[in-house]
Design a protein around this ligand. Structure first.
Ligand code: NOJ
Length: 749
């Protein structure tokens, strides 16, 4: 009897302890759960979590062939895969990971830069919308689709400031300005990550490339960066800080060296700034192979030293270089690397795997039914079209040539990009194996065809190729143009001419395209030029002679419809350039927020020992913030609530905007400040706020901005963020070179 009693007691105790364990598991914080997993791990398994491989399927960098990837995953020595897409494929790999001793789930990362199945405009184009809601929504949809395909993590947003259009990756960022760049970084991070990580429509964002990658010398990709701390803090770091504040789950470091220290092995960037001053709790992934590339940089001798340098500097995960995998355990055993560094990196990664809910269900994102449903949501296409229309910049519109009437009798649509399909997707777009893009993408030809009335005739001639000298198609193009009432010419780059490793020393409109434009313009027909590109191009003759120019960048899946919406007036263009367009390559870098210098030129003919080119204007061809509408907006009645403020006060700025044109439309009102005297020289103008607002024809609205100490502050010599008392100029404009209203105020001591 006694025996039975004690057995029952034991069983009760067992269930009680089971219950408490369960309760503990439920009440344990993620940090505690991470600790318990960490305690179970061998050093090899820890290093495994820091190891990321490319799946053999596609590649976005130089591939190292590995025949035993699956074996390594089973051994628990791989923490993440990139370029592994699709519910089925990710499920299969996760199954392999579930055969490992600790069953730690894999993370699947992917460059979902501007859309997954539904391709949105390239990031630089979206930036031109200056529409934070639209940008956030595009990222939201990209995340929803990617997450339904088993992806946990996008390597986006790229928040690198870029002032050199020779650099091919300008297409991937938000342009030249730290304020606009920070706003867009925030919108994109929020869009990708949704309400919270762990939701089935959220993916982890990755702010990249930390840091200053966009300032590569000569605009040559992967090149060195040499920059003052002031410039780094004032211009290049703010979008990264904004990404931290918006909750970006991860960071990626960069290929470049910064002042001689490769970013990947740069402790100042990763430990002092990111994980120190900014108290960042996410993890840092290296760029593709960048840990191993420190050998090429000449900063370390071999991959053993590379691993030592990177982990010491705060790089948590090694993308594809295998330096951690091959050396880190040994480095720990030899006491070269404190285990605390490895543990910290592992904990940061496990934390995210827990937040994503992967320990509860490693397959939760990989569901084929959900994938099918989400990837075929027609709402996504509608939004892609709206975002695309918002990204198109109207550069010139003499005599209101645009919009074109849908009833125009004969329209000629000429040029090498008119009938292209995949070109519209731009660089860094994802091509899924089972999508028929010829049906999915709306070509420019189709878009215009869909738009015009049944009685209109649309004529076509290719004219020439994007590159090369062949003018054989010119005669046919000219004849076609002659038959039309209006001619649209679609020219530009190939989509793979801007992007990673796509730097160019010559950014003029390629090939004989500008000559084709000249030949057609000579017919005397009204000509609209449509320019498709991933970067600012140079097209001076066109800018001077052609009456209407539309810059459409690369607009994605809905390109054709969106272009037609703008050309035929169903959408009134509202985009503004997020980057200055140079007149010639020799002017680069050209950006609006430059210093005045000691010898500023007062105008283009002022050459009297001033800071100027003797053969070229200082001004850009098209300035930052520039972009036309079919309407006109009048700015009036600027008022400041006070003309002097103490540092704890604010000034309210109000003004009126009236739509004095015939079309309803949006205007982006830009607020610039100039600090007249600073202990560190201040730029002639800095964007500090903007508002995009919709106005019906004839409508007037009052808008307000708030000036506070933050907006007046900068990094002083000691890198302290301070506002110095003195006079400030306030400029309200429709573009950085079209200031409509001005005032000044004083910051008091
Ligand atoms: C290299 C690129 O620099 C980076 O942005 C990208 O995320 C990785 N390759 C992975 O494709």
């Amino acid at each position: 009897m006694k025996k039975i009693g004690s057995i029952i007691r034991l069983i009760c105790l067992f269930f009680l302890s089971m219950q408490t364990n369960l309760l503990n598991a439920q009440t344990k914080t993620i940090a505690q759960k991470v600790d318990s997993v960490l305690q179970l791990m061998t050093i090899e398994e820890k290093v495994g979590q820091l190891n990321q491989y490319n799946d053999d399927w596609t590649a976005t960098g130089p591939v190292t062939k590995d025949n035993d990837k699956a074996k390594q995953v089973k051994e628990g020595t791989v923490g993440s895969l990139l370029n592994c897409m699709g519910a089925e494929r990710t499920r299969n790999w996760q199954n392999v990971a579930m055969q490992s001793r600790l069953k730690i789930p894999l993370l699947f990362g992917q460059d979902v830069i501007h859309g997954y199945k539904t391709t949105f405009p390239i990031p630089l184009a979206e930036a031109a919308s200056w529409d934070m809601d639209a940008i956030q929504l595009a990222a939201r949809i990209a995340a929803t689709e990617a997450a339904a395909s088993g992806i946990h993590w996008t390597f986006a947003p790229m928040v690198d400031i870029a002032r050199d259009p020779r650099w091919g990756r300008v297409m991937e960022g938000a342009g030249e300005d730290p304020y606009l760049g920070s706003m867009i970084a925030t919108a994109r991070v929020k869009g990708f990550q949704g309400n919270k990580l762990g939701d089935l429509d959220a993916v982890m964002a990755c702010a990249k490339h930390f840091a200053a990658y966009g300032a590569a010398i000569g605009g040559r990709d992967y090149n060195s960066v040499d920059m003052s701390d002031r410039l780094l803090w004032e211009v290049y770091l703010p979008p990264f800080k904004a990404a931290v504040d918006a909750g970006a789950a991860t960071f990626m470091n960069s290929f470049n060296d910064l002042n001689g220290v490769p970013a990947t092995g740069n402790a100042y960037l990763q430990r002092t700034i990111l994980k120190g001053k900014w108290n960042y709790s996410g993890f840092v992934v290296s760029d593709w192979g960048s840990i191993g590339e420190m050998i090429n940089h000449g900063n370390v001798k071999n991959s053993y030293e590379a691993a030592l340098s990177a982990i010491t500097a705060g790089s948590d995960m090694d993308m594809e270089s295998r330096s951690y995998k091959n050396n880190l355990a040994q480095l720990v055993k030899e006491n070269k690397v404190p285990i605390a560094f490895v543990d910290d990196a592992v904990k940061r990664i496990l934390q995210k795997k827990f937040e994503l809910g992967l320990f509860d269900d490693p397959f939760r994102f990989s569901n084929v039914q959900r994938e099918n449903k989400v990837l075929n949501d027609p709402e996504h296409l509608k939004i892609a079209r709206q975002v695309a229309a918002k990204s198109i910049v109207l550069l010139k519109n003499q005599n209101h040539l645009l919009p074109i009437s849908k009833n125009t009798k004969t329209i000629a649509f000429i040029g090498p990009l008119v009938k292209e399909v995949k070109q519209n997707m731009g660089f860094w777009s994802i091509e899924l194996p089972d999508v028929d893009y010829s049906k999915f993408i709306v070509t420019q030809w189709q878009g215009v065809q869909n738009k015009i009335s049944k009685n209109s005739h649309l004529l076509y001639a290719k004219g020439c190729d994007i590159e090369g000298n062949n003018k054989n198609g010119f005669a046919e193009a000219v004849e076609t143009a002659k038959k039309a009432d209006v001619v649209i010419i679609s020219v530009g780059e190939r989509r793979d001419m801007s992007g990673e490793a796509k730097s160019r020393s010559n950014i003029h409109l390629p090939g004989v395209q500008e000559e084709l434009i000249k030949a057609i313009q000579a017919t005397g027909k009204p000509v609209v030029v449509l320019i498709n590109a991933g970067r600012p191009l140079i097209f001076n003759w066109t800018a001077d002679h052609v009456p209407a120019i539309v810059y459409s960048w690369w607009l994605g899946t809905a390109a054709g419809d969106a272009i037609a919406d703008v050309l035929f007036g169903d959408y009134n263009p509202s985009a503004k350039l997020p980057i200055s367009f140079p007149r010639e390559e020799g002017q680069i870098p050209v950006y609006y927020s430059h210093f005045n210098t000691g010898r500023p030129a007062h105008n283009d003919s002022d050459l009297n020992y001033v800071s100027a080119y003797t053969d070229l204007s200082n001004s850009p061809r098209y300035a930052f913030g520039y972009g036309l509408s079919y309407s006109n907006f009048k700015y009036s009645n600027l008022q400041l609530s006070k003309s002097k403020m103490r540092s704890d006060e604010t000034i309210e700025v109000s003004l009126q905007i009236s739509n004095i044109g015939n079309y309803a439309g949006e205007e982006t009102v830009q607020l610039y400040l100039r600090d007249r005297v600073g202990s560190i020289v201040r730029p002639v103008k800095e964007l500090k706020d903007f508002k995009k607002l919709f106005l019906n024809a004839g409508e007037t609205k009052t808008i307000r901005f708030m000036i506070d100490q933050q907006k007046l502050s900068f990094y002083n010599q000691q890198l302290q963020w301070v506002a110095e008392p003195g006079d400030f100029d306030l400029m309200i404009g429709s573009s950085s070179d079209d200031i409509r209203l001005k005032e000044s105020f004083e910051l008091l001591n």
